[in-house]
Every structure is written in structure tokens, then in C-alpha cells.
Design a protein around this ligand. Structure first.
Ligand code: G
Ligand code: G
Ligand code: MN
Ligand code: NA
Length: 251
């Protein structure tokens, strides 16, 4: 059977699991957020990467149930951590296919209400490459979602072709700098990134560095004055029980 077919019912069978990767506040080193990353626990293939199954899910429409499950899990755990006294923001990747569905507004509004999440607790991540299709239409939709109290992150910044001018038109609350820029061995474009960071922070946009694996990467992140950092240096994507432990030990 094809991956696309096997994905049908995977959520109901409990095979799609939300893992989380910590993000730290650069200044304090504290875990202030996590990004939810989907994992497929396949009965025979083992753990399947989202790189493999998300595109299949987008093509076959199962992305809607997978996406809904990931959003639910993200909100559920955000509320649970808040109950325990941890202020942890949660980011969930949302596909352009999900964003295009008219019911996305009610879906997200309901989630925020159901879990009583304060403004900015839940952020949705949209990739740069998914935006170019119809920037104006997407910008309008994102602005509406932002008005609900959702955070809006532009993911993988630096891998697509959006200009600073386009960035300024987008109603984002967060910019995630792609790991290729953080890990670059030459500093080509470094000043341009620094400019983008400064420009956006001036407008209240939070800047998150991805792919921080070494102290050297972290130094670059400090130099760029990024607000938060994510990467193997702080932790890999992990099952939720491990996040619980991480938070408990940080107390
Ligand atoms: O965790 P990582 O290894 O391998 O994730 C790979 C890619 O899969 C990332 O680019 C990430 O944005 C994407 N991804 C992970 N989980 C989800 C999800 O729940 N929804 C969507 N749309 N993409 C996801
Ligand atoms: O949604 P996005 O493409 O940003 O998903 C993050 C991806 O980056 C996931 O596949 C995650 O496993 C991966 N990742 C997270 N931290 C690091 C890191 O420090 N180094 C590398 N190479 N990949 C990372
Ligand atoms: Mn992401
Ligand atoms: Na990214």
C-alpha cells in the first residue's frame, strides 16, 4: 500500500504523535517555547519523518486531520504546562493547504477558547515558500488569525525569495531564521540578516534562530540579537514526557 493510503486513519489509530523541540530565550537560557513536530509511528516502518509524510498528506487531504491533531495536541499541552506553572509558548506548523480552508478561522478560534490560552501562547508557523502563491490573500487571512490572539511565525526565513518589502507587508509576530543562515561558514549576507532582524524587532516582531548546534552558532545568534534560539545545542525534538522532565528540572 502507498504511504498516502496508509495515512488514512493514522490519526484515529493513534499513530501520529506530537513531539516537541525546546526554544530558549537567548538572554536567560530559559526554555520559553517549544515547536511541535509531527512523527508517524508506523506499525511496520517504524518512525516516519514528516519530510516524507507531510507532502503525501497534503496531496491526499489527510493533512486536515493530521493538522487538526497537531494543533489540538499543541494547545492541550500548552494548557497543561500553564496549569503546572510553566509559561511555555507553543508553535505548530500549519500547511498552506490548511490555511486555505475556510473553516480554519473557526477551528483556531475554538481551540484558543477551549483551552483558554492567553494571547500569543499559540503560534502557527508558515513557511516562506508557501506564501509566494498569493501574498495578498494570505496576508489578509493571517491578519484575521492574528486578531484572534494567535502568533504568526514566518518559518525557514532565508530559503525562499521574500524581500524585506514583502516581509513588512506580512502581519507576522515572529520570524524564524533558517539554519542555513545560522550555520553558514562565511558571513555572506550577514549584514542583511542583521538589518532584517533589527527592522522587524523595531516593529515588535520576535526573531528566532534555528539550527543552533554549537557555541559558535550561539555567538552568531547573540551578535544578531535574536530573541530565541532553537537547535540541538538545547535539545532535539522529543516526546512530550521528556519536555515535562526538562521543564521540571529547570525549576
Ligand atoms: O522534525 P523535522 O524533522 O524533521 O521536521 C521536518 C519538517 O516537517 C519541518 O520542515 C517541519 O516544518 C515539517 N513538519 C513537522 N511537523 C509538521 C506538522 O505538524 N505540520 C506540517 N505542516 N509540517 C510539519
Ligand atoms: O519547521 P522546520 O523546518 O523549521 O522544522 C525544524 C526542522 O529542523 C526539524 O526537522 C528539526 O528536526 C530540525 N532541526 C532542529 N534543530 C536542528 C539543528 O540544530 N540542526 C539541524 N540540522 N536540524 C535541526
Ligand atoms: Mn517550523
Ligand atoms: Na524552519
Amino acid at each position: 500500500m502507498s504511504i498516502g493510503n496508509e495515512l488514512r486513519g493514522a490519526v484515529d489509530r493513534g499513530e501520529i504523535v506530537a513531539w516537541f523541540q525546546p526554544q530558549v530565550e537567548v538572554e536567560s537560557g530559559r526554555v520559553t517555547a517549544v515547536e511541535a513536530l509531527a512523527r508517524w509511528q508506523h506499525p511496520t516502518r517504524g518512525l516516519v519523518s514528516p519530510v516524507v509524510f507531510i507532502p503525501e498528506a497534503e496531496d491526499t487531504g489527510t493533512i486536515h486531520e493530521i493538522g487538526a491533531h497537531m494543533l489540538w495536541e499543541g494547545c492541550r499541552h500548552a494548557a497543561r504546562w500553564r496549569d503546572r506553572g510553566f509559561n511555555v509558548d507553543v508553535s505548530v506548523n500549519v500547511s498552506a493547504v490548511q490555511l486555505a480552508k475556510p473553516s480554519v478561522f473557526a477551528q483556531l478560534q475554538d481551540l484558543l477558547e477551549t483551552f483558554a490560552l492567553p494571547e500569543g501562547t499559540l503560534t502557527i508557523e508558515i513557511t516562506e515558500s508557501q506564501l509566494i502563491a498569493d501574498l495578498q490573500e494570505v496576508a489578509t487571512r493571517l491578519a484575521r488569525l492574528k486578531s484572534f490572539g494567535l502568533g504568526i511565525a514566518l518559518d525557514d526565513f532565508g530559503t525562499g525569495h521574500s524581500s524585506l518589502a514583502q516581509l513588512q507587508d506580512l502581519p507576522i509576530t515572529e520570524l524564524k531564521i533558517d539554519r542555513s543562515l545560522i550555520q553558514a561558514t562565511t558571513s555572506i549576507g550577514g549584514e542583511l540578516i542583521a538589518l532584517a532582524v533589527a527592522l522587524l524587532q523595531e516593529r515588535g516582531v520576535r526573531v528566532v534562530a534555528e539550527g543552533v548546534e554549537t557555541e559558535e552558532h550561539l555567538n552568531r545568534v547573540r551578535h544578531l540579537r535574536c530573541d530565541r534560539a532553537q537547535g540541538y545545542l538545547f535539545g532535539r525534538p522529543m516526546p512530550v514526557e521528556e519536555v515535562d522532565e526538562l521543564l521540571a528540572h529547570a525549576l
